[in-house]
Structures are given as structure tokens and as C-alpha cells.
Design a protein around this ligand. Structure first.
Ligand code: ZN
Length: 202
């Protein structure tokens, strides 16, 4: 939850107008977030494409249901253009775009991977995935100067294939001005109740 609020603060302070930071932070739905985490890591069943399913496994060769879950969720927010980029036989990135009102070609990315190495995998990386869904749910209700893309990458666990495809094919007419990647948000190795943030230059 702390990390989600921090992300909202970053985006809002850089781009938003007409609403307060606290207003948006207060829209984060902790109980809804927990439900999505349980659904996406197979702890409870959910409904995808009209059928009741359990998302037990999200390994890249068998994660079609989880991909459809993401598309369904992002489309339900109502203000995003959602696409599935099937870049290979097993690889599909899910991309939701919120076009900026003033600078549509300036793109901020918030991303994470949704594939796994085995069953369940709530930490790696259902936590980051559902955090992105929650951030998209909140921010999609508002207007921003720059474009925001919420991206769930596939095949991270077998060599960052989804994100490499995205970067390789990034449009030359657009400018990638920043990216926040969320991975293993539930992992607290030292029990310090904090959220490590790693940064890199360009
Ligand atoms: Zn991971």
C-alpha cells in the first residue's frame, strides 16, 4: 500500500491538475486490492470471459487466462485504450494507454511482469501486477498532460522478452520520459516494513 501511494504521488506531482494528492491517494481501495491479489494468484476463483476460473499458473506458455483477466480489468476502468500485443507464440504484453491531453507523445510507463516461474506466485509478481491495476483504476479517472501507459509484460522470467520487445518497437515519434517497474512488492527480506526503490540513470 505504501508503494502504491508513493507511485500516485510521483505521477500526480508531475502531471496532474485540478485535484489534490490526498484526494487521489484516498481513492486507493485496499480491500479491492487484496481481492485482486487473491484472484490473480489462484487463492480464490474469479470470473473471466463469463466463466468461473482459478488462475493457478501464469507461466508464459499457459497464461492466457491471466492475460484475459488483465484485459478485462483494465477495460472495466472505462477510460483506457487496452491492447494485447502478441509478439510471439507464447508471449503477450498487455498495454493500457491513457493519452495525455497536452503532450500525447510524451510517455510515462508504469509496468511489471505478470508471468511466473511456477504455480501461485503471489509475491513474484501478482503483487506488482495488481498494484498497477489499482493505480490505473485511480488515475484513469483523471486528466493528465502526458500519456501514461500501464504495461503488464510477459516472459520476464525467461529473459525479459516482453519488455525487450516493447522497448525495441517503441515508436520513434514518441518520447519515453520515465518508467516505474514494480516487482515483488510483498517481499520484505529484513522485515523492516519498507519498500526498496532502485533507480538508474538512462
Ligand atoms: Zn519478478
Amino acid at each position: 500500500m505504501k508503494t502504491i501511494k508513493f507511485i500516485l504521488f510521483l505521477f500526480i506531482s508531475a502531471n496532474c491538475f485540478g485535484q489534490s494528492i490526498s484526494e487521489l491517494i484516498n481513492k486507493v481501495d485496499g480491500s479491492g486490492l487484496e481481492v485482486m491479489l487473491k484472484e490473480f494468484s489462484g487463492e480464490i476463483s474469479t470470473v473471466v470471459n463469463g466463466s468461473t476460473v482459478t488462475i493457478l499458473n501464469r507461466q508464459s506458455h499457459q497464461n492466457d487466462i491471466s492475460k484475459d483477466y488483465l484485459v478485462q480489468k483494465l477495460e472495466s476502468f472505462g477510460n483506457l485504450s487496452v491492447t494485447s500485443d502478441a509478439y510471439s507464440t507464447n508471449g503477450t504484453n498487455v498495454i493500457a494507454t491513457q493519452t495525455g491531453s497536452k503532450n500525447p507523445n510524451e510517455v510515462l510507463v508504469i509496468c511489471g511482469h505478470y508471468d511466473t516461474v511456477t504455480n501461485y506466485c503471489a509475491d513474484d509478481n501478482a503483487t506488482g501486477t495488481v498494484a498497477i491495476l489499482e493505480v490505473a483504476c485511480v488515475l484513469s479517472q483523471y486528466c493528465f498532460d502526458n500519456t501514461i501507459q500501464y504495461i503488464l509484460f510477459d516472459e520476464e522470467e525467461i529473459g525479459l522478452l516482453g519488455s525487450k520487445h516493447y522497448v525495441t518497437n517503441f515508436s520513434s515519434s514518441q518520447n519515453l520520459i520515465g518508467a516505474i517497474n514494480l516487482d515483488m512488492m510483498g517481499y520484505d527480506k529484513d522485515q523492516a516494513d519498507d519498500a526498496p526503490i532502485h533507480v538508474r540513470d538512462k
